[in-house]
Design a protein around this ligand. Sequence first.
Ligand SMILES: [Zn+2]
Length: 97
Amino acid sequence: MRKNLVAMLRDTTTNPDGSSFAIEGPCRCTPAWPGLETTANGYVLRGLPADAYAPLTMPGVSPLVARCVRCNARYLEPWITDPDDAMPFAFAREDNQ
Ligand SMILES: [Zn+2]
């Protein structure tokens, strides 16, 4: 099961709906949305709520999906990847072999 989960996360870039990573539905935390995270081909990155989507987080353009760090609810408002978190660009190179 664990192995299957990892395999699905590694398919993030070819599975835009992100259904294996985030749960559809409202955040059940108090306060809501204590933190966001996303996954990119097996790497976990912090996400931040934002006024507008970034190119890397744009629905329909980017495969990245944000979820609550605690309850795993999918975050449906605009968000960006945390600029203080190193973007693992290695995953892109791995995909372009
Ligand atoms: Zn939550």
